[in-house]
Design a protein around this ligand. Sequence first.
Ligand code: ME8
Length: 519
Amino acid sequence: MSDTAQRSFSITTAISYPNGMPHIGHAYEVIATDAIARFKRLDGYDVQFTTGTDEHGLKIQQAATRAGTTPRAFVDDMAARFKGMADALNCSYDRFIRTTEPEHYAAVQEVWRRMEANGDIYLAKYSGWYSVRDEAYFDEAETVLQPDGTRRTLKTDTPVEWMEEENFLFRLSAYEDRLLKLYAEQPDFVGPDTRMNEVASFVRGGLKDLSISRTTFDWGVPVPGHPAHVMYVWIDALTNYLTVTGFPDETDPRKKYWPADLHVIGKDIVRFHAVYWPAFLMSAGLPLPRRVFGHGFLLSKGEKMSKSLGNVVDPMDLVSTYGVDPVRYFCLREVPFGGDGSYSHEAIINRINADLANDLGNLAQRSLSMIAKNCEGAVPEAGAFTQADQTLLAAAAALPETARGLMKDLALHQILAEIWTVVADANRYFASEEPWRLKKSDPARMNTVLYVTVETLRRVGILVQPFVPNAAGVLLDLLAVPVQARLFAQVGEAHRLQAGTPLPAPSPIFPRFEKPEAA
Ligand code: ME8
């Protein structure tokens, strides 16, 4: 690669099952992935960020029947809702992939052909306890008999039924050693570390061949040459990550985005991404993704969301109540990325009012209004910097490097914590320098303090763009920072605010959230 070629970075979310409405877990995943994608773009990478919907399988077919419609009409309607949610959350995906697209069928069938050509696919009678919800077979030992005579899985607590089918099987058992070698040689293939340990011990426990076709329903990608079989939904779903890179067209310009740099997924589907997916790719002779990261679950006041508990939160309602940036900020700041988190309206309101309205919003409002009143609405002229000025500016200038380091571990919450440490420093600085008192006694010093404050806000504003893109845009507009000067590489001294630059009239960036009065 030449020095001038832009490094590429490709990142994906899981693709959601559109058998029900999008929920906060889906929102959480696409928000976090978007923050990482935006971060990388601002850090100079050529990013491809993809998300989408996983539209085949019995679960979808049954949901369509329940809704009294065809699977096709059902997924068309639902996919639009998932896309609408990603848009409402201001997610900057480059491609929203639907597994019912012809481009995707071609990719999945090619993967199948390659695995078959490699001798890894064979026909056999398959029987076992099948969970429609998980679209997977379970061993009897992995299920529990219920008092009413039915069985449920131990791990996912979903109902199973005995099924017998003649299916194609994938020789997963042949990949045990190669997978263990992969984990040993590339310990960051799966993150966080705890998930890697779970995956490795699952594989060490022995792998059985995997059933990869179904004949009991037809809502899926047909198996090449065997139209009575549709493909197991996970082969279909995982291959979306290749489809978005133009696979199998060798000349497609998107080819540079494979292998993916990062698959962001939830902890419940790590096994599919860290065991099955690399085995399929090895079999098809394709390069493996660089990293799979299993984030935690977002729980409502610590409880799993479920329709029966009545605590399913519609992300669109959250956005209309709190605004898109506050929802994004809350998800990314409150929950350590990789761990589980809990949300409640109280917690969201506290975060919005404390961090956004008070800490960042107020500081911008106070400093910019003083400039509007006392500095003819233009960036003031700074005199010589004191130690306090230099310390604050240096802390803000160090943020990109600190954030880059934390981004290696995808510690999004810590990046925000670091940024807000500088915001807190800036508030302390502003309070102790008391620029409002200097107005009469030492206007030159007042100008310097205001300059240092807004220059710090410029640096912070650039850093917060991945997390709260709208508000960051407003802040940088208020500071008259040109759109092309908002990259991480431009945080430093060389791009500092220039005295005399006219600033627009200040307006609030983060209003306080006031509980609407009961009618
Ligand atoms: O698993 N909190 O789809 P899905 C956080 N189609 N994340 C959550 C969550 C919660 N409460 N609930 C679900 C699928 N998720 C498959 C993926 S990828 C080739 C195929 C996450 O709609 C979940 O872990 O059930 C997954 O990453 C994503 O939302 C979609 O879940």
